[in-house]
Write a protein that binds this ligand. Structure first.
Ligand code: ADP
Length: 680
């Protein structure tokens, strides 16, 4: 075993690897950029070496700097984590030239999986099932169309050099073919400089099921079951689970054997993942092989009881695999939710900021949190804005899913916008619970996940209002108990000192819509434990509401409510003016609008016109001197496989544009200078 390894990565995965190395008695060296000098991974490693400025292409992507750090510290091996240099064949080669072990597959395996059509040819030879299709050299339109006609529509046109869903077009009929082909070729040419196309049968309801494989240098290979990663937004995984639901032993073994065949076809060593599309009829087709540790590997660890990073170190050190196929046992069910700093309601735009509050669910044998940040840390523009991976385990899917929604409701993050509500809504949605899942899940269930249903909101509003009333009452009661004169009328909360006794109104907002809630108190409760009773009127609709606050844990409040005779329980988080109700059908957020706080202009400027992340400029939609109106799209950037539109924060004029299409942009760079129209 190695004495010392270097981790060429940052964030949660660097911390994750360091943890296992420590457990194995292996010393660790971290590397860091300017932005990361106080990061968690730097603090927990035995040593840390500075490798350059914050943008990753000036630090984490510079193989030479990383190798120099390994030489300087005497690290015998480098673990690349995922992303950055993990699938870079040149880096892998450079490591071996310096006699440093690359903890990953051999160079040849990385290279073999580089091109879609080359990978398909290798897999076809190894008898691994491929989606029916054409991936030949003859690229004439007639040949491509003939292939599509022969396999039947719909078909998917894919750029062989493609990635990130670019250069891909669905074609639903013979009539659409010519136009689809032209569009796919155009996009492929502009994105990859190569418009060679594949034609594949388009599966309309596939699942993404991937197999974790492991191979050693002694010809042993095993599969550690499968993961279902069908829930994706624009081809990025959101919630993953293991095992895949609805699998039977035969299919599992068949897919597992196929994955091993794929790995062996390219002389694989170490941890790898073979991704398949699984069709409704149980047929499965090779998609690609990822030659590294995957983000979602923890769900496999939870159901197999194995530490995959430990396996990686052992294999890289020349040991044999710790278990044989027969010794591996699948136990229970696990989910992973990726907690991101991003605005799910704004096209998943990455968010940045300081994590002013970071309270996590309590870790246990059921709840695991892999993270690289602490309270007070900054989510910067430079790197992937993932805050943590929340992993839960239980003996079956149903129980594990309940753990997932509970843990999500216990997360408290202030300072940056997160996707926790989105994840909670997804995890509690009926089709997700009922396993009605394929890769189109988010698009198909958009309304359920984003809760734009006015009727549903109206049902939740009285609950939020009731909570507010009870918590104000509770606070007044506590104040009274702490004061010298507990019977003072100033601690009385029943009438709110308005002219009209026992009646008042509250204003609650959801997104930008305000709702006036008229409240009439029917009976005065005598403190905690007894039900307070109110009549609540919203938009002419009356609700008879009773409620009791039940528990006040450090994370959440609980409340039992009875609305028009329907009794239910709710978990609530409340900070300042924001109320989140964690309901069985999702999370509902409201803001309590305080009447006398003066005019707070709710247009709090959108943080200027800087790049919200590292990326590439896709198009610039405005020119210097141009007048623009609020929310007008100004530029489109692409980062992490997704396009993000930057809009005008207000009416105004563009003074200067600093980038053009195709430019690489560092997060935080000024994109445009802009003068707001001053209002008289
Ligand atoms: P990229 O490398 O551009 O991400 P992939 O070939 O990996 O492209 O496919 C990305 C996603 O597109 C898959 O996860 C799947 O959801 C969908 N997809 C790919 N091929 C097909 C197909 N033949 N039928 C249906 N969906 C597909």
């Amino acid at each position: 075993m190695f004495n010392k390894i270097l981790i060429a990565n940052r964030g949660e995965i660097a911390c994750r690897i360091i943890k296992t190395a420590k457990k194995m008695g292996v010393l660790t060296v971290a590397v860091y950029s300017d932005a990361d000098k106080d990061s968690l991974h730097v603090h927990i490693a035995d040593e840390a070496i500075y490798i350059g400025p914050s943008p990753s292409r000036e630090s984490y992507l510079l193989g030479d700097n990383v190798i120099a750090a390994a030489i300087k510290t005497g690290a015998q091996a480098i673990h690349p984590g995922y992303g950055f240099l993990s699938e870079n064949a040149d880096f892998c080669r450079a490591c071996s030239a310096k006699n440093i072990t690359f903890i990953g597959p051999p160079v040849g395996a990385i290279e073999a999986m580089g091109s879609k059509s080359a990978a398909k040819n290798i897999m076809a030879k190894a008898n691994v099932p491929l989606v029916p299709g054409y991936h030949g050299d003859d690229q004439s339109s007639a040949i491509l169309k003939q292939a599509a006609d022969d396999m039947g529509y719909p078909v998917l046109l894919k750029a062989t050099a493609g990635g990130g869903g670019k250069g891909m077009r669905q074609v639903w009929s013979e009539q659409e073919f010519a136009e689809g082909l032209a569009a796919a070729k155009r996009e492929a040419m502009s994105s990859f400089g190569d418009d060679t196309m594949l034609v594949e049968k388009y599966l309309t309801q596939p699942r993404h099921v991937e197999i974790q494989v492991f191979c050693d240098n002694h010809k042993n290979a095993v599969y550690l079951f499968e993961r279902d990663c069908s829930v994706q937004r624009r081809h990025q995984k959101v919630i993953e689970e293991a095992p895949a639901f609805g699998m039977n032993e035969e299919l599992r073994a068949e897919m597992g054997e196929s994955a091993i065949k794929s790995a062996q076809a390219i002389g694989y060593q170490g941890a790898g993942t073979v991704e398949f599309l699984l069709d409704v009829d149980g047929s499965f087709y090779f998609m690609e092989m990822n030659t590294r540790l995957q983000v979602e590997h923890p769900v496999t660890e939870m159901i197999s009881g194995q530490d995959l990073v430990e396996w990686q170190l052992r294999v890289a050190a020349g040991e044999i695999l710790p278990k044989t196929q027969q010794q591996l046992v699948l136990n229970g069910h696990a989910f992973e939710a990726r907690i991101y700093a991003e605005d799910a309601n704004n096209d998943f735009l990455p968010a940045t900021g300081k994590l002013s509050l970071l309270q996590t669910p309590i870790e246990s044998e059921h709840v695991r949190i892999d993270t690289g940040v602490r309270q007070g840390d900054e989510v910067s523009v430079y790197y992937d804005p993932m805050i943590a991976k929340l992993i839960v385990w239980d003996e079956n899917r149903d129980k594990a899913l309940k753990r997932l929604s509970k843990a999500l409701s216990e997360y408290r993050i202030n300072g940056v916008t997160t996707n926790i509500d989105f994840l909670y809504n997804l995890a509690t949605s009926k089709p997700f619970i009922e396993e009605d899942i394929d890769t189109g899940f988010i698009e198909k269930n958009h309304d359920l996940i984003f809760h734009d249903n006015a009727q549903e909101l109206l049902n939740e509003l009285p609950i939020a209002a009731l909570y507010l009333l009870l918590s104000i009452k509770e606070k007044a009661l506590q104040n009274a108990q702490q004061s010298n004169d507990p019977h003072s009328p100033w601690h009385n909360t029943n009438a709110w000192r308005l002219n009209e006794a026992h009646a008042h109104s509250l204003v609650l907002a959801h997104n930008d819509t305000e709702y006036t809630v008229e409240v009439e108190q029917l009976c005065q409760s005598k403190g905690q434990g007894s039900d307070a009773h109110y009549l609540i009127n919203i938009d002419g609709k009356q609700f008879d509401c009773q409620g009791t606050l039940t528990s006040t844990s450090s994370q959440n409040d609980g409340m039992i409510v009875n609305i028009n005779g329907h009794r239910s329980q709710t978990t609530i988080s409340f900070d300042d003016e924001n109320i989140s109700l964690y309901r069985a059908n999702g999370v509902f957020n409201f803001t309590h609008i305080l009447p006398d706080y003066g005019q707070l202009d709710n247009d709090d400027s959108h943080g200027g016109l800087t790049a919200p992340m590292n990326g590439t400029m896709v198009s610039v939609l405005v020119k210097a001197g141009q007048q623009v109106s609020k929310d007008q799209p100004l530029v489109i950037m692409e980062a992490m496989k997704m396009e993000h539109t930057i809009k005008a924060p207000n009416d105004g004029t563009i003074d200067e544009v600093f980038f053009q299409a195709g430019d690489m942009v560092d997060g935080g760079s000024e994109l445009l200078s802009f003068t707001e129209l001053t209002k008289e």
